[in-house]
Design a binder for this molecule. Structure first.
Ligand code: FES
Length: 305
């Protein structure tokens, strides 16, 4: 077990707001450029709400009742201003936490744009993901976007449920020749990633589980025996928008959920009247049509809070 340089102080975060989160990232990961900070401004607000809600038990009484979805909804990923995030503007190899919620409230999910050591986008191919718990495998469909480099994985550790910032993305610069491994990323995780052909990892500080974002977030080091579930994304090349559209029911569900369709509450954007019908595309309908339809219906639809 290891810890980051500084423990994240949720109470301080509540008091100070997102500036505390920026400073935490800068002190424990790397400096944020002004452009990156501006881009993430809206996203980080969502992160803040999620972090507070998951970290402070006193807020749990405010959680809505658990429900069961019939289907996975199509959700466009937006920032906190309601503006759809464009694939071409998702920073490559960004270690700052970018999250959206899917498929239910509180199901926080990493949005990652994968790249090489020089921050060029890297196509993430389809692969089979092993479940160490039972030896079974399931298919991961690969990345999406103009370079097939954008992926989304649950940000809740499959060991005991630690959430960001305890679980974090470490980009390839930590895997450059010469072993530029920060002292807060254990060599065991680093070596496991290199052996697997991965150049970045998702690592959980709580007890040391490491996941391979280059190969479907499979397990690199325990104690977890279950990969991080992936969220299937859809990239609309006409608009450059990104949609979360489903999850693989053959993969282990998000921790503490009986399945990915139950165990939490509706997203704020979920249309209860139509039981997600308006969030699902009809056959032949393009995602952009779905977006327009939702807009015209006056829905607020967001993967975040
Ligand atoms: S909760 Fe992540 S390693 Fe234990």
């Amino acid at each position: 077990m290891r810890h980051g340089k500084e423990k994240f102080d949720e109470k301080k975060f509540v008091k100070v707001g997102r500036d505390y989160l920026y400073n935490y990232a800068e002190n424990n990961v790397e400096p944020l450029s002004p452009g990156r900070r501006a881009f993430l401004k809206g996203v980080l607000i969502g992160v803040g709400v999620v972090t507070v809600a998951s970290a402070l038990p006193i807020l749990s009484v405010l959680n809505p009742q658990e429900v069961q979805l019939k289907n996975f909804p199509w959700i466009i990923i937006v920032d906190s201003n309601g503006t759809p995030i464009k694939a071409s503007s998702v920073p490559i190899n960004d270690p700052t936490i970018m999250l959206f919620q899917y498929p239910m409230l509180g199901d926080i999910t990493f949005l990652l744009n994968m790249g090489d050591e020089n921050n060029n986008p890297v196509s993430i191919p389809p692969t089979k993901v092993l479940i160490p718990q039972n030896g079974a495998t399931y298919d991961f469909p690969g990345g999406v976007g103009p370079f097939k480099s954008i992926v989304a994985y649950s940000a809740i550790c499959q060991h005991l449920g630690c959430a960001p910032p305890e679980i974090h993305f470490y980009p390839p610069k930590y895997f450059s020749p010469g072993g530029n491994v920060p002292n807060y990323l254990p060599s065991e995780a680093y070596q496991a990633a290199l052996s697997a052909g991965a150049k970045s990892v998702i690592h959980c500080d709580c007890h040391g589980s490491t996941y391979d974002p280059w190969h479907g977030a499979g397990v690199l080091t325990g104690p977890t025996v279950r990969p991080l579930p992936y969220v299937q994304l859809y990239w609309d090349s006409n608009t450059d928008y990104i949609y979360a559209v489903s999850m693989n029911t053959k993969a282990p569900p998000i921790i503490d959920h009986p399945s990915d369709l139950e165990g939490a509450a509706y997203l704020d954007s979920y249309n209860k009247q139509t039981e997600c019908g308006k969030l699902l595309l009809n056959k032949g309908e393009k995602p952009s049509d779905c977006y327009t339809q939702l807009q015209s219906d006056g829905n607020t639809f967001s993967g975040g809070s």
